[in-house]
Design a protein around this ligand. Structure first.
Ligand SMILES: Cc1cc2nc3c(=O)[nH]c(=O)nc-3n(C[C@H](O)[C@H](O)[C@H](O)COP(=O)(O)OP(=O)(O)OC[C@H]3O[C@@H](n4cnc5c(N)ncnc54)[C@H](O)[C@@H]3O)c2cc1C
Length: 804
């Protein structure tokens, strides 16, 4: 028994310290030698030596190892490799890996994250946010836009163009603003907190709109012609990829371009397409069109089927039909179908010219890599902060059962969720923007941001709607949340629909791109290089066995000896990330090894792995954000909530993975290795919930920090301004109410609504006349803030609603 334990401990140490095979052989030989010395040459010791020599001697001689061992795995893996389409390969090659690869390594190098400079705005960017962005927000009236005009007012369109909102990512040499991703995100976030219609309108030209494609791939002539015009809005762009038959599987588009000569002998392309859902399409002057290019007469080369290509099509070109609109959930941004019938374009309308034919998918994937991490995440954080600030205030001013509803435990639960989630969202947004501004282009992280931030925003707004009750439901100029709630599915669906993003993209791409060995092994397989494969395979086996040993050790000790950064508040969370990261790496490897290519079709399993990776990434961002903000004590409860929530979710997803793994006995062994003492993490507790809900119910710097960067106004006639005014007035008058309630408790005053007790309280000198006036004003403001709109029957049946 003792020898068995000695063998176990030795194996564990060899695995944990990733001992090279030669040293492992020596160590095991010494152990066996000691055993033989103790018991002599018995049948058992001879048997053990025989097994040892047969297994370990060949492993130490690469040529024998390759032939006896690696060759078989090589063949097996080659057969199991799923076929990869051109579009899949190009998607995998887009961008790079960053912190996602660290989490996949099972042993994240915290220096990578900690050394990242915090996101910052330049003076010029800050001035733009405080100036033109603030002015634009003040010009926006969401009710007017979404219900009456179904469009932005002409003066808003002019202002957007004049202030170069469409040229935020365009360099100064073309007249653009050349802003950082951080600034871009802050601007979209602020506008989104006022009007999603305006935010989407500004987002598109700065996201996948042809500007980005032109900057990366355009010819000098195209850049010089289009970029200055895009900056000033002289050209309004739209990007047309999706069609009736090609949605999520956009690479399957049936739209064609055929290389041919025009009647006047100009070499060009004859295009036929049908697209839908194209944002800004109905008002676009230039369309970035994706289509499949064919050259049946070999006019530009040997290839007939050239592949996806992107060209810029002025929308007034003969044969183009454009202008009709969709109605995307009553939001008023311009969106519609377009189609072209035998549209002839010259070759130099292709982005990048004839050199870029067939590179369209690669160009799109490269551009989406960063765009997906900026626009929709910024919009989501804007919506989240907006909901937190306004619904939080509403739950302080709205009273039921003689108390602000925010004081009820039932309401505090969603309030805490909203605040905690918003902190997570903002942390992820800021840290990822900092990484982008630092030159990273992390494709998997972009997908995580797009999915997690839009999903979590959906939950925040849902919670907000529940708290708002009828005031969120009855639409009208006073309702600030209903339209936002209505339009959420747009962000869920566009730029990679969320179900697909979670179940196919995050882990599907991550498993190949972020894994330390898989991509290299695949390359060795494709190159038929057995030697290289053998070398990688043994490193990979070392990685797997190390992760087994490390999982068990970290599980047993709850990672408390693991060196990590952080302070008293945060160290334990860094350790938990490290612990779950190694468990994740181990299970991911097990799934890859046992399921091979079929893992691609196991979307439910892939979705769970995505949840683990995403939550570990979000938790890392929360810790980094807390550090970047100077580890403020006031924010400690919200940090704890955010860490506990993400770590708990990662744990639950990791445990759910076990149920979906094949080879059940092995899966059970892995489960006991990773969680040797059961489930270590639980969701945030009661005290934290109460503390965090209070952040939204009080006018504190913590609340301002949480909602920083959105549009805030104090106009008593504005939908949100009146909430802000009432919130402040009610808080200011709270001491008067406290005096009255105390007097009621002391039986100096009758029970009931404090407003009705004012006269009596005055008479008994419990409050002063000024205090009474103050309280009455606050109550009037409060009552004004909770009113909802109503309409006459004619108004409801008319073309637009008009508030009474
Ligand atoms: C308001 C709006 C604006 C848009 N703007 C533009 C634009 O400017 N330019 C442009 O080119 N496109 C645009 N789109 C198109 C958008 O990108 C597509 O709607 C999106 O790609 C999804 O395509 P689909 O709507 O056809 O859904 P489908 O592809 O039919 O998908 C339906 C559902 O199936 C899921 N699904 C599909 N395949 C899988 C799979 N393999 N595994 C798991 N789940 C899967 C999806 O996640 C989704 O939930 C816009 C769409 C909308 C609604």
């Amino acid at each position: 028994m003792l020898w068995f334990f000695a063998l176990l401990i030795t194996s564990w140490a060899l695995f944990y310290y990733k001992t090279p095979i030669l040293w492992a052989t020596v160590a095991l030989a010494l152990l066996l030698g000691a055993y033989t010395k103790t018991f002599g040459l018995t049948v058992c010791s001879i048997g053990l030596w025989a097994v040892f020599l047969v297994c370990f001697i060949p492993l130490n001689i690469p040529v024998i190892r390759q032939q006896l061992f690696s060759r078989w795995i090589f063949k097996l893996m080659k057969g199991a490799l799923p076929p990869m389409s051109q579009t899949e390969r190009e998607a995998l090659e887009a961008g790079n890996t960053w912190w996602d690869a660290e989490l996949f390594s099972g042993n994240p190098n915290w220096k990578v994250l900690m050394d990242l400079p915090a996101s910052r705005l330049s003076d010029e960017e800050q001035a733009f946010i405080d100036g033109p962005v603030e002015t634009l927000c003040a010009m926006l009236n969401d009710w007017d836009i979404t219900h009456k005009r179904k469009d932005l007012p002409p003066e808003v369109w002019s202002y957007i163009k004049q202030q170069k909102f469409c040229g935020m990512i365009i360099p100064k040499e073309y007249g653009g603003l050349a802003f950082s991703e951080t600034a871009h995100s802050e601007i979209v976030m602020k506008i989104a907190s006022r009007s999603t219609t305006a935010a989407v309108t500004v987002m598109v030209p700065n996201s996948l709109g042809p500007a980005k494609l032109l900057l990366n791939y355009g010819t000098e002539q195209q850049k010089n012609h289009y970029l200055p015009r895009l900056v000033t809005g002289e050209e309004m762009p739209a990007f047309a990829l999706t069609g009736p038959q090609a949605g999520s599987d956009a690479g399957a588009m049936p739209d064609t371009g055929v290389v041919c000569y025009s009647q006047d002998k100009i070499l060009g392309i004859r295009l036929n397409w049908e697209k839908r859902y194209i944002t800004l399409g109905p008002v676009a002057t230039v369309l970035g069109l994706a289509f499949k290019l064919y050259d049946p007469d070999h006019l530009i080369g040997d290839k007939e089927n050239i592949g996806i290509t992107v060209a810029l099509i002025p929308t007034n070109t003969p044969g183009v039909s454009i202008g009709r609109r969709h109605n995307p959930l009553d939001s008023a941004f311009q969106n519609g179908p377009n189609w072209g019938k035998d549209v002839f374009i010259p070759m130099d309308w292709i982005i990048g010219g004839v050199d870029q034919v067939g590179n369209g998918w690669k160009m799109l994937m490269q551009s989406l890599t960063t765009g997906r991490a900026v626009s929709l995440p910024a919009l989501s954080v804007g919506a989240a902060k907006f909901t937190c600030r306004n619904t939080g205030a509403y739950s302080r001013i709205r009273k039921q059962f003689n108390l602000p509803i925010g004081e009820f435990e039932g309401i505090q639960e969603p309030l805490a969720r909203m605040a905690g989630e918003t902190y997570i969202l903002d942390a992820a947004r800021k840290v990822t923007n900092a990484a982008l501004d630092n030159g990273e282009k992390p494709a998997v992280i972009s997908a995580i941001l797009k999915y997690e931030l839009t999903e979590r925003m959906r939950r925040i707004v849902n919670d907000g709607m529940d708290i708002q009750g009828g005031s969120g439901i009855c639409l009208g100029p006073k309702n600030y949340l209903g339209r936002l709630y209505q339009v959420i599915p747009v962000s869920i669906t566009v730029e990679g629909a969320n179900i697909l993003t979670r179940t196919m993209m995050i882990f599907g791409q991550g498993a190949i791109r972020c894994h330390p060995y898989i991509q290299k092994e695949m390359a060795a397989l494709q190159e038929n290089d057995l030697k290289k494969f053998d070398n990688l395979l043994f490193q990979h086996i070392g990685f797997f066995t190390h992760n087994m040993a490390a999982s068990f050790w970290l599980g047993l000790t709850n990672a408390c000896f693991k060196p990590v950064p952080g302070n008293r508040d945060t160290k334990r969370y860094y350790r938990q990330i490290a612990r779950l990261s190694v468990g994740f790496a181990l299970l991911a490897d097990f799934a890859l090894l046992t399921l091979g290519g079929s893992l691609k079709r196991k979307e439910r399993l892939s979705g769970l792995f995505a949840d683990v990776l995403s939550n570990l990434y979000l938790c890392s961002c929360v810790l980094k954000h807390y550090q970047d903000q100077g580890c403020l004590t006031d924010d400690a409860p919200i940090l704890q909530w955010a860490c506990q929530q993400t770590i708990y979710r990662a744990q639950q997803a990791l445990r759910a993975v076990f149920w979906k793994l094949p080879l059940r006995p092995l899966a059970w062994i892995l489960r006991s290795l990773i969680f040797p003492l059961g489930k270590p993490y639980s969701p945030p507790g009661e005290l934290l919930i109460h503390k965090i809900a209070s952040v939204l119910l009080t006018d504190t710097p913590a609340r301002d920090r949480l909602t920083r960067g959105i549009y805030i106004n104090s106009d008593a006639d504005d939908a949100t301004g009146r909430i802000e005014v009432a919130f402040k007035a009610v808080l200011a008058a709270a001491p008067v109410e406290t005096k009255i309630r105390f007097a009621q408790k002391q039986k100096q005053l009758l029970k009931g609504d404090p407003l009705k007790m004012l006269a009596e309280a005055l008479r008994k000198c419990i409050i002063s006349q000024d205090e009474a006036d103050f309280y009455v004003t606050a109550e009037q403001t409060r009552l004004a803030a909770i009113t909802v709109d109503d309409f006459s029957a004619e108004e409801l049946m008319g073309n637009g609603f008009k508030a009474e």
